[in-house]
Design a protein around this ligand. Sequence first.
Ligand code: COA
Length: 176
Amino acid sequence: MLALKRAPSISIKTVGPFDLGRLARLHQSCFDDPWSRADLAHLLALPGGFGLLARLFERNLSGLDGMRGVGFALCRVVREEGELLSIGVGPTYRRRAIGAALLRESMERCRRAGAVAMFLEVATDNESAQTLYRTFGFNEVGRREGYYLRPDGSRVNAYTMRCDLTRDDLWPLEAG
Ligand SMILES: CC(C)(COP(=O)(O)OP(=O)(O)OC[C@H]1O[C@@H](n2cnc3c(N)ncnc32)[C@H](O)[C@@H]1OP(=O)(O)O)[C@@H](O)C(=O)NCCC(=O)NCCS
């Protein structure tokens, strides 16, 4: 069983139609090739698609309390397979166990929706994300040449990673 750092006081909610603007801004802060609101709406409307938004309770400069969107995960479940389509945490909120909390919740939701395994693609040069995925039991099962197109026109390879959601030593993932 995995022991994980506890995330700061975040709440994770399912993305709804009113969250699309916030989700698009967060996605833009995490990736060079941001997805538009329309792209995101399309993904979430796919059969088995869902999104998660991590919100952090914060007091802003005017002294008002509020929930700030700090991270997201986008997933899809088709029959017995879950897929992590995208995950990101706002640059100033990283290394605070928010990505881990989002991944854990994504895996739980996929499992509850009937998935026995979960897949994802990750750029071969994205070592921080690979470390996160390995912590949760994902292993490389394939490699896709030139999978990502960077804004400068260069191509980057990707690993396909898989996690068995039925493993006894993996589930439930306990917060430490
Ligand atoms: C990948 C990402 C989602 C991680 O989010 P995060 O909230 O910073 O991750 P966490 O704090 O939950 O980290 C959990 C573990 O992952 C690993 N990890 C995360 N970021 C890391 C980094 N920069 N370097 C090394 N390990 C890292 C560590 O093992 C970490 O545990 P530790 O902090 O106890 O050492 C975030 O870096 C991000 O949004 N990156 C840009 C978008 C992206 O690349 N998404 C993935 C696309 S496949």
